[in-house]
Design a protein around this ligand. Structure first.
Ligand code: ADP
Length: 526
């Protein structure tokens, strides 16, 4: 299997640029860099076999992902201000809500009232969580049809007061007319009536709070270590992954199959019973970077399930010693928060062929536990509200042992994008950047034959960076910070694509593709 060489110095360089861009307020560009770094580390992790080194890089990946999330949260917040600004409110004023009020403890220029050039964005706020906790994306309002996916206990606790205060606000609004009536001197208010009203109000408040509490059930998991539960909730339960079918180019057949295999049983549990019972598990097979993880996230978003995102390497390395227990806890938690999707990435590394030399006793036990738990799912599947679906992904299907393969009943191929898909990918990746009118995306899509979705994202990222790289070459950070946004945000040209294409090679070879096709012919079930 050929995996594109990943250079750690490139990761360093790109991380630096991601941070610099964020500091300059160039969030879009910074985001593209962050995404790239995360992907590069992901690729690197695939080729590192030494456990300590792997664990270190996993930690780095987590940190970078956290930074990226914070940066995205800042962008979302800014977006809210911009919407405010459209309602004829100056940005500065919008920011001067009590939460952002300047204080001696908070002397950040970020929300100072000093007039500034609106096109040169100030640096982001200091990262002191006590001073200005940046909201996580999930704390922003979820889109109307997305049920907020249950998150870690700690987070729920911090969100709760907000919910309550929102409720209280709306109640205050609701009772306004009554208050107006009370103040209306033409109508005397009886004491009893007042009492009755207050009682009614407090009863209603209580009811709503109780309702909320019922709605926000927390997993207690008796018999489990509290630390382990928190670890799982923190690292594995992913709040609203917010990837929709439309964010994924092409892969129509895969989307249809996933909808049928995962989404429909969750929507119509009564229909999917007996002979029509849902599949125990679905395995997505295909070259790296073809959108398997994105598909899993879209499944969780589109059918509003709690999303458990587990990488096998995380299970076996990070939680060494606890892995077996963790698998049990994972499924118990998934049943508690059902309907749930458990996504196991790189499942091959957890389930390499039984009896092979590399198979350690520990990983054999984890694997057995997984099999037991998956069997448990199917025996529970008659309970309509409790559907738990295992969705797994692998780049190495031939390494998966037979017992697991049998439980992953539906096995679907996620191929490299075709011409139409490559063009759609280009459009998705370039939707936020300006294009020179000479750029013909159809032509570029043809030149990208054999590239995976991730490769195409890399090409787009590189191409969209070219003009900026030329602009900042040789400048000092303070000079870079002075550059107005529009000087950096130039349209991407054909030449930019030529240079990017020269730098980025395809990561999947013809032999690899043959291997996948052969495996699918033998074991596929679509
Ligand atoms: P896999 O899980 O198959 O290795 P991912 O789902 O993690 O691949 O995709 C890696 C990156 O490649 C994504 O973050 C996205 O930028 C890009 N990508 C791959 N396939 C697609 C697709 N079909 N549509 C949109 N983006 C894609």
């Amino acid at each position: 299997m050929t995996v594109m060489a990943v250079s750690t110095s490139q990761i360093n360089e790109d991380t630096k640029l991601a941070r610099e861009m964020a500091l300059m307020g160039n969030y879009e560009t910074s985001g593209v860099y962050y995404q790239g770094v995360i992907q590069q580390i992901h690729k690197l992790l695939m080729i590192i076999s030494e456990p300590t080194r792997k664990a270190k890089w996993q930690l780095v990946q987590q940190q970078v992902a956290q930074e990226y999330e914070q940066m995205k949260a800042i962008t979302s917040t800014l977006q809210l201000f911009r919407i405010d600004a459209h309602v004829d409110r100056p940005i500065g004023q919008a920011m001067r809500s009590p939460a952002f009020e300047e204080s001696p403890r908070n002397p950040s220029p970020w929300y100072s009232s000093t007039p500034r050039d609106p096109d040169v964005w100030p640096p982001p706020p200091p990262r002191d969580p006590d001073v200005w906790p940046p909201p996580t994306p999930a704390e922003h309002k979820a889109s109307a049809h997305v049920k907020p996916i249950r998150g870690p206990v700690k987070k729920t606790e911090t969100v709760k007061p907000n919910l309550r205060s929102q409720k209280t606000n709306s109640q205050t609004k609701k009772v306004e007319p009554r208050q107006a009536n009370k103040n209306d001197r033409s109508r005397p208010v009886k004491k009893d009536e007042k009492k009755e009203e207050t009682k009614e109000k407090t009863d209603k408040e209580k009811e709503e709070i109780e309702e909320e509490e019922k709605d926000e059930r927390k997993f207690e998991g008796s018999g489990y270590d509290r630390d382990l539960i928190e670890m799982l909730e923190r690292d594995i339960v992913q709040k609203n992954p917010n990837i929709h079918w439309d964010d994924i180019a092409d892969l129509r057949e895969a989307k249809r199959l996933l909808e049928e295999a995962v989404v429909l049983p969750m929507w119509m549990p009564d229909f999917f019973k007996g002979i029509r019972r849902p599949w125990k598990g679905v395995l997505m097979v295909g070259p790296p970077g073809t959108g398997k993880t994105m598909l899993a996230k879209a499944v969780a978003t589109e059918c509003c399930t709690t999303f458990f995102n587990v990488s096998s390497t995380t299970l076996t390395s990070k939680y060494r010693g606890e892995s077996e227990k963790l698998v049990r806890l994972l499924f118990e938690m998934a049943r508690f928060y059902a309907p749930s999707t458990i996504f196991i990435d790189e499942i091959d590394s957890l389930c390499s062929r039984r009896g092979s030399e590399s198979e350690h006793e520990a990983s054999r036990r984890v694997k057995s536990e997984l099999l037991v738990q998956m069997d448990g799912i199917s025996s529970n599947s008659d309970d309509p509200g409790k559907i738990v679906m295992v969705l797994a992904a692998t780049n190495f299907p031939w390494d998966i042992d037979e017992a697991l393969r049998r439980r992953l009943e539906k096995r679907i191929y996620i191929p490299l994008p075709n011409g139409e898909g490559r063009e759609a990918l280009l459009k998705i990746n370039l939707r936020e950047v300006k294009l020179d009118p000479d750029v013909d995306l159809k032509d570029i899509a043809t030149r990208l034959k054999g590239y995976s979705g991730a490769d195409i994202t890399n090409v787009c990222r590189d191409a969209s960076m070219m003009s900026m790289r030329r602009k900042i070459a040789g400048l000092r950070p303070d000079q870079i910070r002075q550059l107005p946004k529009e000087e950096l945000d130039l349209p991407v040209t054909v030449q930019d694509f030529d240079e990017a294409l020269e730098k980025c090679n395809k990561s999947v070879s013809k032999e690899d593709l043959n291997k996948y096709e052969k495996w699918m012919q033998e074991y596929g079930s679509t």
